[in-house]
Design a protein around this ligand. Structure first.
Ligand SMILES: [Zn+2]
Ligand SMILES: [Zn+2]
Length: 175
């Protein structure tokens, strides 16, 4: 995910990186997510602009993360445009400091290397919804028997707290 700026020519450097399961696990240790079998890939270009470097491209592919209801893998399609300006560390003037919060797409780099890791990680984290679902209609796990109600029809569905309680039913029988 690192690119040496002395390898970036005047015409720019094409970037084509694949997000691997290992990289993603290391970058997002707190999130249960991995690239889907078809993979996730960033394609774009780093272009010099004075002392700065402009990264432009797209993060595209699929991720897998557990469904919030049934815990089976939920497929997330990712198609995120990315634009970031890399500014050499130590050259930012005072006005940049004021803008720091206003312009999150400007980051500094040092050591003659541009590292895309943080940008890719942030884009991936933002692409994961709060409640990822394998399907909008996912029935989830049964709170009583723990079965996956998408796979096994489960009679406990009728016993959910929203339906009238068992006492009312008993009363009807006695009447
Ligand atoms: Zn589900
Ligand atoms: Zn059940």
């Amino acid at each position: 995910m690192r690119f040496k700026i002395n390898e970036i020519g005047d015409g720019g450097l094409p970037v084509n990186v694949s997000v691997t399961t290992e990289w993603l696990a290391a970058a997002c240790p707190d999130i249960d997510v991995r690239p889907a079998p078809d993979g996730l890939r960033f394609t774009g270009q780093i272009t010099p602009a004075g002392d700065d470097y402009l990264l432009r491209g797209e993060l595209r592919g699929d991720l897998e993360t557990p469904c919030a209801r049934c815990l089976e893998p939920a497929l997330l399609h990712v198609d995120v445009p990315m634009t970031t300006t890399f500014v050499p560390a130590g050259t930012e003037d005072a006005s940049d400091e004021e803008d720091e919060d206003a312009d999150p797409d400007v980051v500094t780099f040092k050591g003659g290397e541009i590292d895309l890791s943080d940008e890719l990680r942030d884009a991936i984290v933002l692409a994961i919804p709060f409640n990822p679902l394998c399907d909008e209609a996912c029935r989830g796990l049964c709170p009583l028997c723990g079965g996956n109600r998408n796979l096994v029809p489960c009679t406990h569905a009728a016993a959910s707290p929203k339906t009238p309680g068992g006492l009312a039913a008993l009363g009807k029988i006695k009447l």
